[in-house]
Design a protein around this ligand. Structure first.
Ligand code: G3P
Length: 217
């Protein structure tokens, strides 16, 4: 499963890129607002930092402007993925951009039939929001499992990008359910390394090593 980072904070991305484990980045209007950056500048910088797919979200509510925004964002760098909302207009623009060869990430997906429509519209990625479904008293992971079955039933190539992940358990369950990618806030990515037995085990090894009086180099 590929791991994307869900942030527009370039400083955080620089640190995480150094791990060699980051395959891409997703942003959204809220994350751009939080960063305080101009979208085009932030996306250009992120695209130069991380060679994988970088999602940049278009925001217009009419077809022509949404399409123009998508084309504008796609021109920022070759690794831009245009992010579009799962609305009738969003999916029309998804079809138009996909037909032009621009990869699209359809976002704000909360049902399996929405994901079916996005695949039919040629989306490269579908972003089901696990955490927000859980917050709403539903089972976010069930949605990932349902989309996996539907896409496999019909051979859709749209990739499932598990979004709104809040915990390492979400990441484990998305991987078990066959999500192609997951996008994680930096804190969730960092939590993937953690296990108390790793920390305790390392502490014990280091204590014993000290007793040997050796050094490897
Ligand atoms: O980028 C989309 C998604 O990951 C948002 O997550 O935590 O705002 O529900 P969240």
């Amino acid at each position: 499963m590929r791991i994307f980072i869900d942030t527009a904070e370039v400083a955080d991305l620089k640190v995480l890129a150094a791990t060699g484990l980051v395959d891409g980045v997703t942003t959204n209007p809220s994350l751009i607002a939080k960063s305080g950056r101009k979208i085009a500048e932030a996306i250009e910088e992120i695209c130069a930092l991380i060679p994988g797919p970088i999602s940049a979200e278009a925001v217009a509510s009419d077809y022509d402007t949404l399409l123009a925004e998508g084309r504008f964002l796609a021109k920022i760098a070759p690794n831009v993925v245009v992010k579009l909302p799962l609305t009738p207009i969003g999916l029309r623009v998804c079809k138009a951009l996909s037909d032009e060869g621009t990869p699209v990430n359809v976002t704000l997906c909360f049902s399996a039939v929405q994901a079916l429509l996005a695949a039919k519209a040629g989306a490269t990625y579908i972003s089901p929001f696990i955490g927000r479904l859980d917050d709403n008293g539903q089972d976010g992971m069930e949605l990932i499992r349902d989309i996996r079955v539907i896409y496999d039933n019909y051979g859709f190539e749209t990739q499932i990008l598990a979004a709104s992940a809040r915990t390492a358990i979400h990441v484990r369950d998305a991987a078990l359910a066959g999500a192609d990618c997951a996008t994680l806030p930096p804190a969730v990515f960092n939590a993937l390394y953690k296990h108390v037995l790793t920390d305790l085990g390392l502490e014990a090894f280091m204590k014993d090593w000290e007793k040997t009086g050796q050094s490897i180099l």
